[in-house]
Ligand binder design. Structure first.
Ligand code: PEP
Ligand code: MN
Length: 359
């Protein structure tokens, strides 16, 4: 990891004396949409215009991007606005085409980062393109090794202008976010590669417009280098990710509300302060509440089954067994027995109450 950390070329982001903002639609749809969105973005705040040309979709039969013709539209944006332009690439063919159209920044999507064969193919295709900026999104699942492995594969082909995009992680059940931020993983990732520039993508974390500002504030608190936010000239009619896209004007309002502290600012070096711990605790508390809700839902189903099978609600042996197993696990994790016993008493009481209500 030291080699990776020491080899990263940060010049592309260090020369930017403010947060590095990437914005533009989830997908390029037509030339007019691309040009209008780009023209409405404020160049005093935004450095890079983004648009997906090839869209990796989880399910078939969704809009999968306009393909090569979108690169022409991005070239026009670059020429007419002066923005740098960025798009997602997912194979060697995409790399060749994007480079031939002068795309400045190529990003690797979350689904691609999860696949070492795909990453190797992209890295091979990039060999010799030492001037391109490559941003690697976190893999969809929280695997730091896959993420750093992707960076190592790119570095192995001489690509040094690297950065990463934090877009959150898939969880089986989503209560609050489309993709859970997992700030604690990000802090661990950064302690492994402190020099890597990190851009936060609140749009794909939230999956809605409402949460974007809060996530962006947290990213600024942790002194990320910038943001990637999806914007669209007509968000409600976007062909992909309509729920999470905002207008360029809403983006500007949001950016004005944020206070940016540069990472190299000496006074703010201690980013793991009180607020940082509170962000980590809040995320864990949200997870605990989501798990409790899930547990109570199953308890309710169990209550219905017990009723129809005429089984008593309270089963002393099962209860003893749960308590014993839980206290053992807690002990191995260093949790006080008294505390855990109290929590499980409460859980059990609540379960019994819910099941009694069904009777
Ligand atoms: C995107 O940026 O539009 C995208 C597809 O993102 P992700 O790879 O994070 O899902
Ligand atoms: Mn999107």
């Amino acid at each position: 990891m030291d080699k990776l950390n020491n080899s990263i070329d940060r010049s592309w982001i260090d020369q930017c004396n403010k947060p590095f903002i990437i914005s533009g639609p989830c997908s390029a749809e037509n030339e007019q949409q691309i040009l209008e969105t780009a023209n409405r973005l404020n160049p005093s705040y935004v450095q890079v215009f983004r648009a997906g040309i090839w869209k990796p979709r989880t399910k078939p039969n969704n809009f999968e991007g306009v393909g090569q013709k979108g690169l022409e539209w991005l070239r026009k944006v670059k020429k007419s606005t002066g923005f740098m332009v960025a798009t997602e690439i997912a194979n060697a063919e995409h790399v060749k085409l994007a480079i031939s159209f002068g795309i400045d920044i190529l990003w690797i999507g979350a689904r691609s980062t999860a696949s070492p064969f795909t990453i190797q193919e992209i890295a091979d295709a990039l060999e010799g393109e030492n001037n391109k900026i490559i941003l690697v999104k976190n893999p969809i699942h929280p695997d730091i090794e896959l993420w750093t492995g992707a960076l190592e594969r790119l570095l192995g082909k001489g690509i040094k202008k690297l950065g990463v995009i934090h877009r959150g992680f898939y969880t089986y059940k989503n209560y609050k976010y489309r993709n859970q931020p997992n700030w604690s993983l990000l802090l661990n990732f950064r302690s492994l590669i402190p020099r890597i520039p990190i851009i936060c993508d609140p749009s794909h974390i939230c999956g809605n417009k409402e949460g974007i500002l809060d996530i962006a504030k947290k990213a600024y608190h942790f002194q990320y280098e910038g943001l990637m936010v999806e914007s669209h000239c007509d968000p409600d009619h976007a062909w992909s990710d309509a729920q999470q896209q905002i207008t360029p004007e809403n983006l500007l309002e949001m950016l004005k509300e944020l206070t940016y502290i540069k990472k190299c600012d000496q006074k703010s070096k201690r980013y793991l302060n009180l607020d940082s711990f509170r962000i980590l605790i809040d995320e864990l508390d949200e997870n605990i509440i989501a798990l409790l809700a899930e547990r109570m839902k199953i308890s309710k189903k169990l209550g219905t089954l017990k009723k129809s099978s005429d089984i008593a609600i309270f089963q002393p042996n099962r209860w003893k067994d749960i308590m014993k197993k839980s206290l053992n696990l807690g002990k191995s994790l260093g949790i006080s027995e008294e505390f855990l016993e109290g929590i499980f008493q409460l859980l059990h009481q609540e379960s019994i109450k819910i099941q009694n209500q069904i009777r």
